[in-house]
Ligand binder design. Structure first.
Ligand SMILES: NC(=O)c1ccc[n+]([C@@H]2O[C@H](COP(=O)([O-])OP(=O)(O)OC[C@H]3O[C@@H](n4cnc5c(N)ncnc54)[C@H](OP(=O)(O)O)[C@@H]3O)[C@@H](O)[C@H]2O)c1
Length: 469
């Protein structure tokens, strides 16, 4: 019997996704560049094997599918996707559908969708979040491309997606690159969320002298409250884990040097391009980059000899919880601001509430708060998530904690760049009269750029006579 869908690339994500598809009752034909991987995958499929058709060639894969065909690509982003499209296209009929489920740069997806459209063919760029576990048992899925093409495969994506209650965390985000753009912003938020948690851990470890087990206890407790989220949950688990080799806590044997793949950086770049700044995400990307300069930091430690100082312990754990809550709201406000700017710029009607709903389960940033965000974004009640009534209320309760944590970190020489960026964003956005008047005066002074006055229309120049450069 012909398979419902094809899948190319049986790596970590592809293999998990194929098993998930088969488990939900769809027949899936699979192909991998290295045939032995396909064979091993089929051999280990167990009771799902009858739903899986292993194919040694792309021709066999194409022949194994129901028409019009749909083929998922789960290969590394970039050149491998273009190569695979080039190999598949001559084998496919015009109405066959290629679906890139990898972490593509949305600009590439826009280009590939346009090339497919020129051939009269549909193309989908679909963001899949949740790592291997999510792909196997229920990821969050963000689709982009022609709506009719999405509708063709939506039953499969909705079946394999995570569920929030009974609602599948899969949805159509908009045309061409919209799905991959939303996934990119998701990953940017993920960077900032993780970084803020790591900064709070830094205060606990270096400012309060807490052991990993004590850190784990606090995160476990927080996961029962308003911070309840996948990232808080796994932080408790990793902080408690012991190294089988040395018997030490895992956190003590892991190097403090993190890499960054494309998506966090892409979010920061697009935010700057679109004039919709995401300073907390930018700070998180920068923090990862700087973390990798291990030797340079050791040199800095030697030259300045400024080890961390203790932070005042009184009430600090509660302040840290408040700081994470406030920082997180500021970070999501920035992420949704970027999505809104992209909606306008690219003519995508990005469904703000729908995005928050898709993120409620399955993905790395899933959290209790996202359900409330979905409601706030859906109601369209505020231009900025921070101003939506229930988030404004939460910020009123928590911003002082964020302020005290950032201040304590600064005085104790413990860096908190993402939390500080979140705080600065909050403080900027509740300041009705800022300081750009001085910038405008400076610009007019050296460049005669002109400025607007508070008390008159039109462009004006200052009385800088005799002082201009
Ligand atoms: N891992 C995650 O948590 C995660 C989460 C969300 C999204 N993603 C995205 O999902 C995609 C796949 O990631 P992964 O973690 O599953 O990667 P992976 O484990 O490294 O697997 C890559 C797969 O692509 C195949 N491949 C590599 N280069 C190829 C080429 N030039 N032509 C054809 N096939 C090629 C490999 O085949 P061979 O066996 O022949 O090498 C392998 O099956 C990436 O875009 C990634 O960013 C990953």
């Amino acid at each position: 019997m012909a398979a419902d869908i094809g899948l190319v690339g049986l790596g970590t994500m592809g293999a998990a996704l194929a098993l998930n598809i088969a488990e939900k009752g769809f027949d899936v034909a699979v192909f991998n560049r290295t045939t032995s991987v396909t064979e091993a995958f089929a051999a280990e499929a167990g009771e799902l094997a009858p739903r899986i058709t292993p194919c040694e060639t792309l021709e066999a894969l194409v022949a194994a599918l129901k028409t019009p065909r749909a083929i998922i690509l789960m290969v590394p982003a970039g050149a491998p996707v273009d190569e695979m499209i080039a190999k598949l296209t001559p084998l496919l009929a015009t109405d066959d559908l290629i679906i890139d489920c990898g972490n593509a740069n949305f600009h590439d997806t826009v280009r590939r969708a346009a090339a497919a459209a020129e051939r009269g063919s549909p193309y989908l760029g679909v963001g899949v979040s949740g790592g291997e576990e999510g792909a196997r048992h229920g990821p969050a899925i963000m689709g982009g491309g022609p709506r009719e093409a999405w509708d063709r495969v939506a039953p499969i994506f909705e079946a394999i997606a995570a569920k929030f209650g009974s609602s599948p965390c899969a949805g159509w985000m908009g045309p061409d690159g919209a799905g991959h753009f939303v996934k990119t912003v998701h990953n940017g938020i993920e960077y900032a969320d993780m970084e803020m948690i790591a900064e709070v851990y830094g205060i606990m470890r270096d400012g309060l002298g807490m052991t990993p087990a004590q850190v784990a206890d606090v995160f476990d407790r927080w996961n029962g409250g308003p911070l309840k989220s996948y990232l808080v949950e796994i932080t408790g688990i990793v902080a408690r884990a012991m190294d089988p080799k040395t018997g030490k806590p895992m956190l003590e044997v892991i190097k403090d040097s993190a890499g960054q793949k494309g998506t966090g950086r892409w979010t920061a770049i697009e935010a700057l391009h679109l004039g919709a700044p995401d300073p907390a995400i930018e700070a998180a990307v920068a923090a990862r980059n700087l973390s990798s300069r291990v030797g340079e930091r050791a040199e800095g430690a030697r030259i300045f000899d400024l080890p961390p100082l203790p932070v005042p312990a009184e009430g600090m754990i509660d302040k840290l919880e408040a700081a994470l809550l406030a920082g997180k709201i500021a970070c999501y406000a920035q992420g949704f601001g970027l999505l809104a700017a992209a909606s306008k710029e690219f003519g995508w009607p990005l469904p703000m509430g729908g995005i928050a709903r898709v993120w409620r389960a399955g993905c790395i940033i899933r959290s209790a708060m996202l359900d409330d965000m979905a409601q706030a974004m859906e109601s369209g009640e505020a231009v900025n998530l921070m101003f939506a009534a229930q988030f404004a209320e939460r910020l009123k309760r928590t911003h002082q904690g964020l302020r005290e944590v950032v201040a304590a970190g600064a005085l104790a020489r413990i860096p908190t760049p993402a939390l500080a960026a979140g705080l600065a964003y909050f403080d900027t956005m509740h300041t009705a009269r800022g300081t750009a008047n001085l910038l405008q005066a400076q610009r007019d002074f050296f460049g005669a750029h002109g400025f607007e006055r508070v008390d008159a229309e039109g462009a004006h120049h200052g009385p800088w006579g005799g002082h201009e450069q």
